[in-house]
Structure formats: structure tokens, C-alpha cells
Design a protein around this ligand. Sequence first.
Ligand SMILES: [Zn+2]
Length: 267
Amino acid sequence: MVLSLISSQLFKSLDLSVFRTTSTSKTFKSLLTKLSINNYKPLYSPTYQYPRKMASSQGLFRLTANSPIEDYLQANKEWATSANNEVLKSNAVGQSPHTLWIGCSDSRCSEFALKNLQPGEVFTHRNIANILNNPADPSSRAIIKFAVNVLKVKKILITGHTKCGGASATLQVNNEENYYDTKEVPKELVDWLTPLIDLKFKHKHEFEKLADADEVTKNRKLVELNIKHQVEYVESNQDVKNAIKEGRLEVHGLLYNVDNGLLELIS
Ligand SMILES: [Zn+2]
């Protein structure tokens, strides 16, 4: 118990709570591992137990892992009742979003970081680590084409975030010759993260300089590099180029801080 209390306090003070497991011994082991500079335990690993209900266990969320579907429907009914009727009427006719939000799938960050957003304002595309340049992914290309040429959005916001699990998994891949060599990162994730892993190795000298930095710093570095890279990628798209040239589109890269909810302009 004492050990549990000490370790949970340490986790709190070090903001390592994402590494908490249900087992005291695992928690402490994980903490020790985390504190060992050369033996970083990945955020994502087959043995890693995700802290499913941290906020809900503190009563912060209305819906929890135990909520029946009726609770979801009730929550929706209340939302619909309080929604702006004029907005809903307008949405019944069609959509004319002013912005394309491209972000990570992470549950902590989304376009809802923009207060008072109404349905119909933002066209959204989210995936793990906000990657647009995976050659096997037609979805991102279709989203950009549709948003720029059909919806004619005025802004594309590419938003990464601190403490990104996708970036964390990418940082675990150390074999430049074989990305699949890292047992802790499943094949499916490597398939998806390959452009980000490429980017990491492209900037490996910058990461070598950060060898003694903590994982949060390395994670943020990779997330920022990715944001800039994705902005460049989008700006190289011919439809986007045309729209920018015509003065009807801006592309920005943003970083969302999961600790304080604030967005930073990166590019
Ligand atoms: Zn993420």
C-alpha cells in the first residue's frame, strides 16, 4: 500500500500517469524503468496496460466504460435539445465548413479545442499521429481534394499534440534497416507510422542531440517535425497550391498541449 501511494504520488508529480497500471508491482517497475535513461519503456507495448478510465474514475466524464447505450442516447437527446435550432436548420440544407481540421485520433485533442464550435463549421480528418503522406492511404488525399475543391474551406489546420502515442511508438523503432524489428510496436502500427519513422531517421542527428532529454521532450520534437512536414506535404498538393495562389486558402500547423488545452502556432 505504502509503495502504491509513493509510486502514485511520484507518477503525479512527474506527470507519468499514463504509465500507471493496475498492478502495484507493475506500476513501480514501470516507474523505475521510466526513470532509467537508457531503458525507456514504450508507451505502446503488448504488455502495456492502458489507463482506461483515469478521468472518468475521478467523475470527470458523464459517460464511462460502464455506461449502457441508453445513456449515450440520453446524452444525445439533451445535446440536441440544447443545440442551436437555426444551426440545425441550416445543416439540414447542407454543409459549408470554413475549416478543415486535420488532427490525431487521440481522445484528448480535437477541434473542440475551439470554443463554441457548431456542427457544420469544421470538416474533420483524424488518424494516429495526423499523418497524411502514407502512400497506402487514399483517405487523406480524398479529404484534401474534397475539402479544397468542393467545400472550398478557407483554412486547413494540421494539429499535432504533446505526449502523442503515435510519436511515442515511433521513437521506439531503433532499427533503421528493419522497422518491424521492434517487438513492442505491432506490425499494423508500423505500417501506418512508416512516414513518421522515416521522418525520425531523416532527423536522427537532431534526436542524437536529445539523447539525454526526457521522453516528453523527444516526443514533442518529433510531433513538431511532423507538423511542419505535414504542412509542407499539404502545400505541395496541386489543388492546395492553386487555392493558395487564388488567395482563398491558408494552411497552418498547430500544436495542442494536452496539459493545458492551449494551441501553439508552429507554422
Ligand atoms: Zn497522437
